[in-house]
Design a protein around this ligand. Structure first.
Ligand code: GUN
Length: 282
């Protein structure tokens, strides 16, 4: 079994990005920039946005952090996004999800111009992905593809099974795998025989959000297992969607949690931001 070390790969990517950001700054007289909006005080979102802002610093990207109270009216958020959309010095806009219940996330995300939508959540970028065209792809699925690629694991002709169909991970993940010529099965809460489906996977992606949901009896010998989960076990310890200890000896490759997909998400956000900046200036 080989560990897919997202922490090490993301450090490599961040140093490549720092070099490219330096070139960008020398050429255009400013650094690439990312606006990060955090509304409310969801503890997980606080950690995620802190990591994203720290990642920006390390990669030579200017971060503009907007922290708004949990009761900020829809109109105020809308106006802030519009201002950032119209600001030539802002290359990327990220609204951390989930939003407080009174805000209409879909409506707000529509206000981010596709060329600044570094999360890849807009209909235009998701549509491009669905059509197999170039757009900005969601960070976590893109991070999974990049991690596989750096370990020379090809999805071409493989049977990939994605557990989960969220707009942030499962759906775009399935589309990226399809675009990479995998045969893709998407499983979800209504799937009839989940274990049988999973046992067919050469590449199994777990994006369920339930601790240790994928057990050894669901995994084919020699499969590649990617764990997108960030959960807490019965003792409150951080773990993934995969029962790592019991699955690891059966597989060819597996991501740890933490240190697998998580750092890759941040690296791809920075990559998307730099690409958005480069495209905008061209
Ligand atoms: N919440 C959980 N994952 C993500 C993500 O990738 N982007 C944003 N904006 N919010 C999230």
């Amino acid at each position: 079994m080989t560990l897919l070390d997202g922490k090490a790969v993301s450090a490599e990517i961040r140093s490549e990005l720092a070099r490219r950001s330096g070139e960008f700054a020398a050429r255009y007289g400013r650094r690439p920039s990312l606006a990060v909006l955090l509304i409310g005080n969801d503890p997980a979102s606080e950690i995620y946005t802190r990591n994203k802002i720290k990642g920006c610093e390390e990669a030579g990207i200017r971060s503009l952090s907007y922290r708004l109270p949990g009761d900020t009216p829809q109109q105020d958020v809308l106006e802030l996004i519009r201002a950032l959309a119209g600001d030539d010095g802002v290359d990327g806009i990220l609204v951390q999800l989930p939003l407080p219940a009174h805000l209409d996330a879909a409506r707000l995300l529509c206000e981010i111009p596709p060329e600044k939508d570094v999360d890849g959540f807009s209909s235009q970028n998701m549509g491009a992905l669905a059509l197999g065209k170039e757009g900005i792809a969601a960070c976590t699925p893109r991070g999974v593809m990049e991690l596989l690629s750096r370990y020379k694991i090809s999805a071409d002709g493989k049977h990939a099974v994605v557990i989960g169909r969220s707009n942030t991970v499962g759906r775009p993940m399935a589309l990226l795998l399809l675009n990479a010529n995998a045969t893709v099965t998407v499983c979800h809460s209504h799937t009839r025989d989940l274990k049988e489906e999973c046992l067919r996977a050469d590449i199994l992606i777990a994006a369920v959000g339930k601790p240790k949901f994928v057990t050894a009896d669901m995994v084919k010998e020699g499969a590649v297992v990617v764990d997108v989960g960030m959960d807490r076990d019965e003792r409150g310890k951080l773990c993934g969607d995969v029962d790592f200890e019991n699955v690891k000896d059966k597989v060819s490759y597996i991501t740890p949690v933490p240190g697998g997909v998580g750092p890759m998400t941040v690296a791809m956000l920075l990559e998307n931001t730099l690409q958005a900046a480069e495209r905008r200036m061209r």
